[in-house]
Design a protein around this ligand. Structure first.
Ligand code: HPA
Length: 236
């Protein structure tokens, strides 16, 4: 069962997976939110842990950064480990004036400049969207989580550094909430395999208001709210 990128044996990854970008976050989520978490893979430092969440088997595995990286792990989890649901938990830069640093954003769609939206069906720009069941589970959980939660489209960029200052304001004008770099790859992998995916994000910075950086306490509170929403959606 091990793949070129995941060393876990058959049955060592749960059908429900939380997926942060950062391997250290994966370790932290496993120790703070899962019971009896055990390391099952660490190829390239991409740690995967499996334990239980409120009695449900659940894994947490990092995606690394960017659409190619998340696409590799999500495709291998869905096709080789029979994973049913992946919820990405990560950070984003807010681009909407209605969204503040430390708010939570649930990505109802992923606009993208990646070829992942155009390669799968010739001549078509695919709408990359999450599982409605996971989205509903997340929004039901959001009320209880004690965070300001926004649901709407995000911009999933192939470039962190791109000298095109026109793109983000144009997307903001069209109601896009935030920018990040993985959700379109994850949503495409789920669509390709008939499985489920969702992205839940905390706002780490605001592209039009750099004054509002989070304190470390705020970062922790908002991180915990995001993980709780994501884990509750996974078991819903
Ligand atoms: N750009 C892309 N991804 C991000 C950002 C950003 O400004 N902030 C957090 N993730």
């Amino acid at each position: 069962m091990p793949t070129p990128h995941i060393a876990a044996e058959n049955g060592e990854i749960a059908p429900l997976v939380l997926m942060p970008g950062d391997p250290k976050r994966a370790q932290r989520i496993a120790s703070d939110f899962l019971t009896d978490a055990k390391l099952v893979s660490d190829v390239r430092g991409i740690m995967a842990f499996t334990g239980t969440y409120e009695g449900h088997p659940m894994s947490v595995m990092a995606s690394g950064m960017g659409i190619p990286s998340v696409s590799i792990y999500a495709m291998e989890l869905y096709t080789q480990y029979d994973v049913k649901r992946i919820v990405r938990v990560g950070t984003c830069g807010a681009i909407s004036r209605d969204v503040a640093v430390r708010d939570v954003v649930v990505a109802t769609a992923a606009h993208t400049n990646s070829s992942v939206a155009t390669l799968l069906v010739p001549g078509i720009n695919l709408s990359l969207t999450p599982s409605y069941a996971l989205l509903r589970g997340a929004m039901d959980a959001a009320d209880a989580a004690g965070a300001n939660v926004h649901a709407g489209p995000v911009y999933c960029s192939d470039h962190f550094y791109l000298d095109r200052p026109d793109i983000v304001p144009a997307l903001a004008k069209l109601g896009t909430l935030a920018v990040e770099m993985e959700s379109s790859g994850l949503y495409a992998a789920a669509l390709r395999t008939g499985r489920e995916a969702l992205t839940v994000l905390t706002v780490s910075d605001h592209l039009f208001d750099p004054s509002g950086d989070m304190t470390s306490d705020e970062r922790e509170t908002s991180f915990a709210a995001m993980v709780k929403i994501a884990a509750t959606a996974l078991v819903s």
